[in-house]
Design a protein around this ligand. Structure first.
Ligand SMILES: [Zn+2]
Length: 235
């Protein structure tokens, strides 16, 4: 996740963070109470807080900013990252790229905060690479073909096993992935609380190549076997 709340120019795709918000709360106070100023909204200052029930923090911000204070909950680590103002890459364990957004929402991160901080999600798995020394045609299991929606006529390949690959048919591994980038349409869905499968479907409609299809294209280029695609496929 990227959290760039301290940067003067941020493409937030529908959610405007006003850099002026940052000037309303001194860093010392932000750090002391673990909060991050996000934006100005009418006469209010919106802040993300680790503990929204901390009335001392709210009172202090109200006092130093001279504004009404609205609060969004955020995790402590998220606020720390926001305060450092850097691009942050983080790992979540979910079934697919869209699932990461759902996970973050379930962790209590408000939709507008999600929209303000997440640039995109990369879901990745590894497949074993066919040994180039012994790769040969291999008729895949009919069940595997059906599961992956591959026609009967299509030819796939697998290493037969040789001295180079220690008779396994594979040498090394290669990453397959799906990259979900948050388009304005996806941000609108997140704002409306729509997550999970619908988000994934919309991402695909907008050009995201699903991980399974990415793996399949590797198999079509002989780089891996159809069995490997089946093993890492996302349902
Ligand atoms: Zn080999």
């Amino acid at each position: 996740m990227a959290r760039q709340l301290n940067l003067p120019f941020v493409d937030l795709g529908g959610f405007d963070i006003d850099p002026k918000a940052l000037t309303h709360v001194p860093q010392t106070i932000a750090r002391r109470f673990c909060l991050a100023p996000l934006c100005l909204y009418g006469d209010a200052l919106v802040i993300a807080m680790n503990d929204p029930t901390d009335s001392e923090a709210v009172d202090t911000v109200r006092f130093v900013s001279g504004r009404r204070v609205e609060i969004a909950k955020a995790s402590e680590s998220a606020i720390e990252s926001a305060l450092t103002g850097h691009l942050v890459l983080s790992t979540l364990h979910t079934s697919d790229a869209a699932g990461a957004v759902t996970r973050l929402a379930e962790m209590g991160i408000e939709p507008f905060l999600l929209n303000a901080t997440v640039l995109g999600v990369l879901a990745q798995r590894l497949v074993r690479r066919n040994c180039p020394h012994c790769v040969q045609e291999e008729p895949p299991d009919p069940g595997v073909r059906r599961a992956l929606g591959v026609t009967d006529g299509e030819i796939f390949y697998k290493g037969a096993g040789c001295e180079y690959c220690n008779a396994t048919g594979y040498i090394g591994r290669v990453a397959v992935y799906e990259l979900l980038t948050l388009t304005p349409q996806l941000r609108t869905m997140i704002q409306e609380g729509i997550c999970g499968e619908s988000l994934g479907r919309q991402a695909v409609a907008q050009g995201m190549v699903p991980l399974t299809q990415n793996a399949l294209s590797l198999a079509r280029r002989r780089a891996t076997s159809l069995a490997e695609v089946y093993r890492v496929r996302l349902l």
